[in-house]
Write a protein that binds this ligand. Structure first.
Ligand code: C2E
Ligand code: CA
Ligand code: CA
Length: 532
């Protein structure tokens, strides 16, 4: 049945008669092997039967003898395993693709975290045996989130694929590129005879990404922040190498992105300090460690103190008084700024009520708002509730928002600002002149004040560029009907310059440093008597 023949057609016939000359010879050759080996011979082979049917046989041939060891013939058994084999092959293919899925990132086809860790383990073993070096590179795309948010996820995905392709083109074949998720990539650089090669490769990568990436309908240029850890100097297991490459990458980000850093011990130290600081900061509100200082703002025509900027201080239990430079960025990164910012806002509202009661009429307060706070969808709602509960006059509140935030999320900002203005508050653009905001936007925002960044005032007497910019900002303010305030005024000659240009208000050490509340109120009382 197997051959497609009836039994009578087979019995008594030899291979040649059955299969024809060529196939017959082939079958005989197999017999010879079994005879030579004097043992059972097993093999798989494709045979074509007389009816033309091709099947895969699992064949077994064994010589058989009589009692006196005389060869009687060859016993052959053939089993058709065509279908079983096909099923097995399919299974194997399925298994392989499952394996592939489990070990690769579906979007880019690069290795995923699982495979990366596996490869890294093997690479470490190899390097250990060969006494070779090894580098782990952590790569994060700069500003990927903004691109993803503004251009959409489909473009974001295309971009990740293009990045993966360019990474693969740039590294050597023996190196492994992986995507750990999001916009984080990793490369294992093997057989590193010279640790300098890792830096060279990093430079090569940065250079390779100078050329725009080609997406379906557009080109995008993106920069990389790279961190490198070396085996064995910076770690001898996967975890340490990955962690330290990550820490090095963060230090690249901190140094302004688009570059690479090698891991150093100091980074771990700094990371640990950060964790401790964050832990303490989380408790700062309930422990009553936060305090507001106030720096007077002076109206230049009248010479009156019209208000103050509230500046945050942290009375750290061990380290003493900390300036915002030490903890605001951290609070922004961790999201703690939302809670802290609300504390600042509420405290300012309370001060407004207390100061009015104490006879300081119409004294305004400028409150710094971090861009991160505005990302909270309910920011305006929370602010409104606080004002209502405390019962302060919203028109005495001015929110200082940096120009950098404005240009990052212009559409959102317009909506938010309109709502804030509807409550009755004023909005000032802080650090103005550093963010290159477009003038069209400026006109659309319901703002009332520009605050010239202190860096321009600082060098205004020596740097003609800073003079030009300051003049331009003041003129711009006039033509857009906005008030202009100069911050960081430290001496009389700086003051003279901005007064001559027609600046409206000023703030700086020349008038007073930021002070605790009681000192500030005392300053106000003395200021009045001194002037009258
Ligand atoms: P900023 O808003 O630009 O605040 C002005 C900074 O300049 C203050 O530093 C102030 O002490 C300092 N300053 C004032 N006059 C002069 C001067 O004549 N010369 C010099 N060299 N500096 C002067 P501070 O208090 O260390 O605050 C630094 C930054 O921290 C602020 O910059 C602001 O961005 C942020 N910040 C402060 N308080 C808060 C807050 O409550 N919330 C948020 N989100 N940020 C805050
Ligand atoms: Ca400010
Ligand atoms: Ca400022």
């Amino acid at each position: 049945r197997l051959c497609g023949l009836a039994a009578v057609d087979i019995i008594g016939k030899n291979d040649f008669e059955l299969f024809g000359e060529e196939e017959g010879r082939y079958v005989r050759a197999k017999d010879q092997v079994a005879l030579h080996a004097n043992d059972t011979y097993m093999y798989e082979e494709w045979v074509t039967y007389p009816d033309g049917n091709k099947v895969l046989l699992s064949a077994l041939k064994t010589p058989f003898y009589d009692h006196n060891k005389n060869l009687l013939g060859i016993l052959g058994v053939g089993r058709d395993i065509t279908e079983r084999k096909a099923a097995e092959r399919q299974l194997k293919r399925n298994e392989q693709s499952l394996q592939h899925l489990a070990h690769h990132d579906t979007l880019t086809g690069l290795a995923n975290r699982l495979l990366l860790v596996d490869r890294l383990k093997q690479s470490i073993k190899k390097a250990e045996r060969a006494n070779d070096g090894l580098a782990v590179m952590f790569i994060d795309l700069d500003h990927f989130k903004e691109i993803n948010d503004s251009l959409g996820h489909s473009i974001g995905d295309q971009l990740l694929q293009a990045v993966a392709a360019r990474l693969k083109q740039t590294i050597r074949k023996e190196d492994t590129a992986a995507r750990l998720g999001g916009d984080e990539f990793t490369i294992i650089v093997e057989q590193l005879e010279n640790s300098e090669y890792a830096s060279l490769l990093a430079e090569k990568l940065l250079l390779a990404f100078k050329k725009p990436l080609q997406l379906r309908n557009r080109e995008i240029t993106i920069t990389l922040s790279i961190g490198i850890s070396l085996y064995p100097q910076h770690g001898t297991d996967t975890e340490a190498l990955l962690r330290n490459a990550d820490a090095a990458m963060y230090s690249t980000k901190n140094e302004g992105r688009n570059g690479y850093s090698l891991y150093t011990e100091e980074l771990t130290q700094r990371a640990m300090e950060r964790v401790e600081l964050e832990y303490a900061l989380r408790r700062s509100i309930e422990n009553n460690e936060l305090e507001l200082y106030f720096q007077p703002q002076i109206e230049l025509v009248s010479g009156n103190v019209i208000g103050s900027e509230a500046l945050l201080r942290w009375n750290h239990p061990q380290e003493g008084l900390l300036l915002p430079g030490r903890f605001i960025a951290l609070s922004e990164e961790t999201g703690l700024i939302n809670e802290i910012g609300m504390w600042v806002f509420e405290s300012c509202c309370e001060k407004l009520v207390e100061w009015e009661k104490a006879g300081f009429r119409n004294l305004k307060i400028a409150i710094n708002i971090s861009g991160r706070q505005l990302l909270d969808e309910d920011f305006v709602g929370k602010i409104r509730k606080i004002i209502e509960r405390v019962g302060c006059r919203a028109e005495l509140i001015e929110l200082e928002i940096t120009e950098g935030y404005l240009i990052k999320y212009p559409e959102k900002t317009v909506i938010h600002f309109n709502e804030l203005r509807d409550i009755g508050m004023q909005i000032a653009i802080d650090d103005f002149g550093t963010g290159y905001s477009s003038l069209t936007y400026l006109k659309e925002f319901p703002i009332s004040k520009l605050k010239i960044d202190y860096s321009f005032i600082r060098d205004i007497l020596v740097d003609s560029n800073d003079q030009a910019i300051t003049k331009a900002i003041i003129a711009l303010g006039k033509s857009l009907d906005l008030k202009v305030i100069a911050e960081g005024v430290e001496n009389e000659r700086q003051l003279d310059f901005i007064v001559a240009e027609g600046c409206d208000e000023a703030q700086g050490f020349y008038f007073a440093r930021p002070m605790p509340e009681l000192k500030f109120l005392e300053y106000l009382r003395n200021y009045k008597t001194a002037r009258h």
